[in-house]
Write a protein that binds this ligand. Structure first.
Ligand code: NCD
Length: 392
């Protein structure tokens, strides 16, 4: 299908609705539809008008070769939940990343449009501690105009012995539109999603998945490559994820997403901190930072997750830093100009040295937090639009 047909039919719903939305005659639109192209002087009007249909076009979408990208903007997302990267097809991922990009462009601080989630209720339900993730969902929901409640699990009935499903039933009775859940057990958000009548977002479940972190990491990288004047694609980049892979839901979601986006993913860590089924992850595994970091464009460091360790997985923190902690010397094994990331919270001096973490030339750690709010706005927007589409 030509880009003109896909914009007219898929975004505006056909020739007549497009004519009305663009204030042009139906015969003009018909002409574009038949020719398969749209004259450049109309592009800006179309980009503006498409926003009302939740489609965020760029001038690139008006080139023949960009037609598949146009088909994946905003309007195609139909997923009811955000539970795992596995649930998303490439167009879903592109849609989410474009929406995140859009909110980052708007400048999350100054976004004047608080109508996207107006009248909707978002409940944050965090059974595990969180600073970044919980606050960024709270901010994202508020910036889109939702009513946001953050349940403090420590003060809620959960501490009095209420089961997860009782809590779900109670929350469901409050009719939320979106439930954002973090839980120490893998699969808890998916179980909740079966029991409640609203969208569920997995904000981290056990060692299983953390899809919103993977999406914000991908968006952070695209922007960082673009800011360097390179093509903003992840395709073909060599990316190393290092450290405590075994206990990391961030690593699991990132491997899935980065593989899907065409990166060459490497895992580096001691054998005791690598999962036994890692040969099925579609990655190359290294136990040595020097070999593993060779030629890497990006180094993602992971926190040593002591709270999930039931025994001694590393001899001592000092020894761990010696072999696997990222400092200047180990950074030099990667490509010149490689980026460093960390989902936070960091154990400084254990998996990363402060001079690397705080160096704005290489570290994207602050950008990850900023991008996190915009990316979560994008995710909430997409889920809310899918709900509205399903009910109309
Ligand atoms: C991560 C998490 O909770 O899985 N942090 C986060 O979401 N910002 C990683 C971690 O806790 O180490």
């Amino acid at each position: 299908m030509s880009y003109a047909k896909s914009i007219i039919d898929d975004i505006f719903g056909g020739i007549r609705p497009a004519a009305r939305a663009l204030d042009r005659s139906a015969s003009t639109i018909q002409g574009w539809h038949e020719a398969g192209t749209i004259p450049q002087k109309h592009w800006n009007d179309i980009i503006e008008a498409a926003k009302a249909h939740d489609a965020y076009l760029t001038p690139q979408d008006f080139f023949e070769s960009a037609a598949p990208a146009a088909a994946s903007f905003g309007y195609g997302f139909k997923q009811p939940h955000c539970l795992s990267i596995d649930d998303f097809h490439r167009p879903d991922i592109e849609t989410l990343l474009s929406l995140g990009d859009h909110y980052l462009d708007l400048g999350v601080q100054k976004n004047p449009d608080r109508s996207t989630l107006r009248g909707k209720t978002l409940i944050n339900l965090f059974f595990e501690n969180s600073t970044r993730t919980e606050k960024s969902f709270e901010l994202a929901g508020k910036r889109l105009g939702a009513d946001v409640i953050s349940m403090q699990v420590a003060t809620s009935s959960v501490k009095k012995g209420e089961t997860l499903l009782d809590t779900a039933a109670t929350l469901n009775a409050m009719n939320p539109d979106i439930l954002v859940v973090r839980h120490g057990s893998s699969g808890a958000p998916a179980l909740l999603a079966q029991k409640v009548g609203c969208s569920v977002v997995n904000a981290g479940d056990g060692m299983h998945a953390h899809p919103t972190q993977a999406l914000l990491d991908a968006l952070t990288l695209r922007r960082a490559f673009a800011a360097k004047g390179e093509d903003g694609q992840i395709d073909g980049r060599r990316i190393a994820i290092c450290g405590d892979i075994l206990h990391s839901r961030v690593a699991r979601s990132n491997v899935k997403l980065l593989n899907r986006l065409g990166a060459e993913v490497r895992l580096i860590g001691p054998p005791t901190l690598l999962p036994t089924d890692v040969d099925r992850w579609g990655v190359e595994v290294f136990h040595d930072m020097e070999k593993g970091l060779d030629g890497c464009d990006v180094i993602m460091m992971l926190r040593l997750q002591l709270e999930r360790m039931s025994g001694a997985f590393v001899p001592s923190k000092r020894e761990y830093f010696h072999f696997y902690g990222l400092d200047r010397a180990k950074l030099a094994f990667a490509k010149d100009g490689a980026f460093v990331m960390h989902p936070g919270p960091m154990n400084r001096g254990v998996e990363i040295s402060s001079d690397v973490a705080d160096d704005p030339e290489v570290s994207l750690i602050t950008q990850q937090v900023e991008t996190g709010v915009a990316m979560r706005m994008g995710i909430l927007h997409a889920l809310s639009a899918a709900q509205d589409g399903a009910s109309s």
